[in-house]
Design a protein around this ligand. Structure first.
Ligand code: ZN
Ligand code: ZN
Length: 401
């Protein structure tokens, strides 16, 4: 039998891995989690969407499945988490961005991140350049492709728009980098200003709006519009508002869907603020269990019609593995639904710039990438659920920040 010091050393060695992992998992967490609920509430009180300490959708919206189906989801996660991986490398483009912003163009960086050029001005949408979209640096979904362009290659923008505070739309490292490289205001739904203040964004660069609120930047009017979703960066749910946005210039109009389920609000927004030359609509990360808060591709086509859209550019796919559908399925289903209705769709590679007034012919680059084979042993961008649950428990012990 080993001596007591030896046993201690053995125990220390066995624990070193998990303890190191847990420490690394928690490192930097308080900052990434964002503002404390009490501070958030002060800012958001008075909104018609806010009651009993939370924001609410206008129509009943189950955010996640009931507890009794969560075991099924966990099983699905164990068995099918690889299904959403690409079959090979995702090709990237490197757009040459013009010195002068165009009449109407869009550069897509993957997922919901894009740079709009509207009537000679630029608006950056949900910029996420980080490697992992999670509160932790060691677990949670990672990128399936590199950012197609460095952040400091972006030309000066006139505004940064944020749809909501989920990690795949609001990324702390990206905010910190943009603070050094850009001077534009951050135009965000109610409550998200508290996250930004905590992260060092100066007060004069923060514009917080409720649904139907407007902010003017040069000749562009940015209108915060309804979405059907939820929010939260881990501890607190729905203490900040979620939104879609319209970008209206003197000559062109764009709708940015962010992250949303299908909602009758699209038709109202279309009637009031449309029609739109371009819509950017989420098409990926759908699942029956959270259908109310994430559109599927067929619903995106319907939403585009409701909005009075011209060209549809799909977002919220390709870059992160967030659900259980095959990697290329969202865009394949989208095109199958859009073609019979005569809807024009632009599917850029990550990093590609589309001149919306003279779009290139649709070129299928995604079929060759394909989806990972069933049972693939590739890294699914996530650690084992045992480790994830360990970290989750640890997080529950931490005080709110
Ligand atoms: Zn979201
Ligand atoms: Zn999202």
């Amino acid at each position: 039998m080993p001596s007591r010091p030896l046993r201690r050393a053995a125990v220390a060695t066995v624990l070193a891995g998990p303890v190191g992992f847990v420490t690394a998992a928690a490192w930097g967490l308080p900052k990434a989690l964002g503002a404390h609920r009490r501070r958030l509430r002060r800012v958001v009180a008075g909104s018609p969407q806010f009651s009993e300490g939370k924001f609410h959708n206008r129509i009943p919206t189950p955010a996640l499945s009931p507890a009794n189906t969560r075991d099924g989801l966990l099983r699905q996660w164990h068995e099918e988490r690889h299904v959403g991986l690409p079959g090979g490398p995702i090709p990237l483009a490197h757009a040459a961005l013009p010195a002068e912003a165009a009449e109407l163009a869009v550069t897509w960086f993957g997922h919901a991140s894009a740079l709009l050029e509207v009537d000679g001005q630029r608006v950056l949408l949900d910029p996420v350049w980080g490697y992992r979209v999670s509160p932790s640096p060691v677990f949670g979904p990672t990128r399936l492709h590199e950012p197609p362009m460095e952040l400091d290659e972006l030309p000066p923008v006139d505004a940064v728009l944020i749809s909501h505070d989920h990690y795949d739309h609001l990324d702390l490292p990206t905010v910190q980098a943009l603070l050094r490289t850009q001077t534009a205001p951050w135009v965000v739904p109610l409550g998200i200003g508290e996250h930004l203040r905590k992260w060092g964004v100066p007060e004069e660069r923060i514009v917080e709006l409720d649904w139907d609120g407007e902010h003017r930047v040069g000749e562009l009017t940015l209108t915060c519009t309804e979405a059907r979703h939820f929010s939260g960066r881990y501890f607190y749910r729905d203490t900040t508002l979620w939104a879609s946005w319209t970008i209206t210039g003197p000559r062109h109009r764009v709708f940015f869907g962010g992250d949303t389920g299908y909602t009758p609000a699209f038709a109202e927004i279309g009637a009031r603020l449309g029609p739109f030359d371009l819509t950017l609509l989420p098409i990926g990360a759908y699942n029956d269990a959270w259908h109310a808060i994430h559109m599927d591709p067929e619903e995106a086509v319907r939403a585009h019609g409701d909005l009075g859209g011209g060209i549809l550019l799909p977002i919220h796919w390709a870059t992160f593995n967030l659900a259980f559908h095959r990697w290329a399925e969202p865009v394949q289903r989208l095109l199958a639904a859009a073609r019979p209705r005569g809807i024009e769709v632009a599917v850029p590679q990550p990093g590609e710039r589309i001149d919306v007034l003279d779009p290139p012919p649709l070129r299928d680059w995604w079929t060759a990438v394909g989806s990972a084979a069933q049972g693939s042993d590739q890294d699914a961008g996530v650690r084992s659920s045992v480790l994830a649950r360990t970290v989750t428990r640890l997080l529950q012990l931490l005080p709110g920040t």
